[in-house]
Design a protein around this ligand. Sequence first.
Ligand code: PGA
Length: 253
Amino acid sequence: MRKRIVAGNWKMNMELTEGIALAKDINNHFSASPLKDNCEVILCTPFIHLSSVSSALTVSGLSVGAQNCNDHKSGAYTGEVSAAMIRSAGALNVILGHSERRTLYGEDDSLLAAKTTEALRNGLRVIFCCGEVLAEREKGIHFDVVKRHLEKGLFMLNREEFSKCIIAYEPVWAIGTGVTASPAQAQEMHHFIRGLVEKQYSKQVAEETTILYGGSCKASNAAELFANADVDGGLIGGASLMKDEFCNIVNAL
Ligand code: PGA
């Protein structure tokens, strides 16, 4: 059975003490009411929190992730953080290809492919984001855009490497806007993505791939999104910064 996952993307929020406090609250919650066997929660924090938040999480099913990594192994890249450093801080996951990285920092498909390869080489699990902007959906090319993101950023991996990746479909028009994709829109795209994975790898790999939805997902709409056959959880931005809201989203799994 494929994993069902809720990942919080804290983005550039939370000073260190606030982040540790939030992580401890979340840890306490799942210590009192444990996650089901096939469910996981990932906290994707700023780099500076990784080590402390990793130590704060003691409950099984909870792990930490970064939100980016460099594509090089090490060296003269001032201000950058490598996949090996992230892993050494106790994190097991990394988000790559988030639309904010693609748009604000100009990360393109080939850079993301290199980052993905480097992350996997260092034992990180990759949460790979894809998704169209509003104009692309209005033009009816949203399936083409998502297909390109996956083909260029992920499908160069062999089957074994790919099995260490989680896909997050995040329509850019839904991120931080309060406008959520309808359950039908999410299911339609997730089904399409699973079909692409089947074509590239196999039916078995497709069935085992976790595909998350992201974009204004909150406690009040999580259950109807997660109820869809191909929606295996969520990547949560704003709502991951509030303990009760976040834990209620996880409960919807
Ligand atoms: P949001 O962000 O939940 O605040 O819309 C989701 C994301 O960017 O991952």
